[in-house]
Design a protein around this ligand. Structure first.
Ligand code: ATP
Length: 435
């Protein structure tokens, strides 16, 4: 049986992944729980999300399906933050006999939940049509994520994946909420020992440990990486307060699964994420708040505002160097008709020119002004010229692929360090992972 759960937390506490970790352990009383539960990230632009729009799914081989369902619902009811208006839990169960039947429709639903904006009605209609056992609380919005997570678990072979090792705090430290105790140096040690097999543990450029959250939820830290072995090796280096439990999730984090390739700006809709090629139309401008904005133009002449927001820190310096005419491929989510840049590929740089005094054809030195409106001359060689010349300037920028730093990474964005492994020779230098 598969169990999908979503929407149990609030800004004041809890995390659906914690419930997943708890059930992963407790359900062992009823059968064999599969080793790798799934943590799936859905459309990152959804306003109903608490933090990262995650949903979880677990798998159990059991002869006591009824008892499992009862236990799961009891735990959801005990832990979900019902008092929060935005918390609308949803749980779905996929019995073993239905696994084959539901594989394809739930895969399609997962794709849509990652890339599109769905309604609660769509989730409920699908549940009705496919006769899926479920439980919805309050408005039942969590059914969307619960169905999607089951779609991921049913189709493991179809999607790229990474792993996250999530360590959870002891209860006594959550009430009243106390600052997390994690030795910063040990995080750098963990990164040094395992990068590039793990990533986003720390942000060197900005001097920030990024794997330790600051919100009042039970997560102590989360280590992301390519394999269970790599994340576990990193964790072995971390010195921190005692953990209540941990769980290693198979996840679609770091896979770019949210991106829709698009060739025309007119096709772009708010609350969707795209990869889009175009030309920089205007020189990037830094606006109030430190956000850097420029206009991108597609082949048809349509324009879109693109932004490197303040939290992207040092990435903004790179964006500020772009000039009108540069050809770029951007990826990111669109909200308020602005693309929030996650990655930037500079495909071709426009030539940049500056004016300077002409050179003497005899000695090769720059000529001097011969007086107001009298052109230029080289006195020793007795040569003259009428006007200044345009020379191409070297750009302080190289074609290649760049990304926001770890402290600004979106969960679904594929870190360039994952790409780099696939590039060889010259091309390898074009990939610039941010660390
Ligand atoms: P949690 O730890 O509880 O999962 P979160 O940050 O992941 O917190 P949720 O509390 O799950 O956010 O809130 C997101 C809500 O949006 C859920 O009810 C989920 O079912 C719903 N949702 C997810 N993807 C979509 C989508 N593509 N369209 C519409 N609703 C969605």
């Amino acid at each position: 049986m598969l169990i999908g759960i979503d929407d149990t937390d609030s800004n004041e506490g809890m995390c659906t992944t914690y419930l997943g970790a708890l059930l992963q352990e407790e359900l062992r009383a009823y059968g064999k729980v599969a080793a790798e539960p799934v943590l799936i990230r859905l459309n990152p632009t959804i306003p109903y999300k608490t933090r990262g729009n995650a949903a979880v799914a677990l798998k159990i081989e059991t002869k006591s399906a009824e008892k499992v369902m009862k236990h799961v619902l009891e735990r959801v009811e005990a832990f979900a933050r019902f008092e929060c208006e935005k918390t609308n839990p949803g749980v779905v169960f996929v019995p073993e006999k239905d696994i084959k039947r539901l594989k394809t429709p739930l895969w399609t639903f997962l794709g849509r939940a990652i890339k599109e904006v769905l309604t609660i009605k769509e989730a409920k209609t699908l549940i009705q049509e496919l006769k899926i056992p479920f439980k919805a609380y309050k408005n039942g919005r969590g059914l969307i994520g619960a169905l999607a997570a089951c779609g991921a678990l049913l189709n493991l072979e179809k999607w790229d994946h990474t792993f996250e090792y999530l360590a959870y705090r002891e209860k006594c430290r959550l009430k009243p909420f106390s600052p997390r105790k994690v030795e910063t140096k040990s995080l750098y040690d963990a990164d040094l020992a395992t990068y590039p097999q793990t990533w986003d543990t720390v942000d060197y450029a900005n001097g920030i440990p990024v794997c330790v959250p600051h919100s009042p939820d039970p997560v102590l830290y989360g280590i992301r990486g390519e394999s269970v072995e790599a994340v576990s090796r990193a964790v072995a280096k971390i010195k921190a307060e005692p953990v209540e439990r941990f769980c290693v999730y198979r996840t679609n984090q770091g896979t770019d699964m949210h991106l829709l390739p698009v060739d025309r700006i007119e096709k772009i809709k708010d609350m969707h994420s795209y990869s889009l090629e175009g030309r920089v139309l205007k020189t990037p401008e830094t606006i109030e708040g430190g956000h850097v904005i420029f206009s991108l133009q597609d082949r048809k002449g349509a324009e879109l505002d693109c932004a490197a927001f303040e939290p992207t820190k040092n990435f903004r310096n790179l964006v500020r160097k772009l000039l009108p005419g540069d050809r770029v491929l951007l990826s990111g989510s669109v909200k308020n008709q602005t693309l929030n840049i996650e990655k930037l590929e500079i495909k071709a740089l426009a030539p940049q020119y500056r004016e300077e005094n002409p050179k003497c054809p005899i000695c090769g030195k720059h000529m001097k002004s011969a007086g107001r409106a009298q052109g230029f001359r080289c006195k020793p060689c007795e040569t003259t010229a009428k006007s200044k010349i345009c020379v191409e300037e070297k750009r302080d920028l190289f074609p290649g692929v760049y990304e926001v730093p770890p402290c600004a990474r979106r969960h679904l964005a594929k870190p360039l360090v994952r790409e780099k492994a696939f590039f060889k020779g010259e091309d390898k230098h074009k990939i610039n992972p941010s660390r």
